[in-house]
Design a protein. Structure first.
Length: 76
């Protein structure tokens, strides 16, 4: 299994799809292979600054609210 270090630099847009139920994010990111040493866990790390984290949180909340708005009232 390959592992990567992903530095999220900018979130360009987010959208969701009725057909797939997935949230898609267009981002600028620096992706580099992560060298594993010894018994390190095979994990990909996503890192970003506070401003980008706040934007990501706000956009995710907005997208999830749109999903909730589409649910039938009986499923809420």
């Amino acid at each position: 299994m390959k592992t990567f270090q992903i530095e999220l630099q900018k979130i360009k847009s987010m959208s969701n799809s009725n057909q797939t139920g997935l949230i898609e994010a267009r981002v600028d990111a620096l992706v580099t292979p992560k060298n594993m040493r010894g018994e390190e866990e095979a994990t990909t790390t996503l890192s970003f600054d506070e401003a980008t984290a706040r934007v990501l949180m706000l956009l995710l909340k907005q997208q999830l609210a749109e999903f909730d708005g589409r649910k039938a009232k009986s499923r809420r």
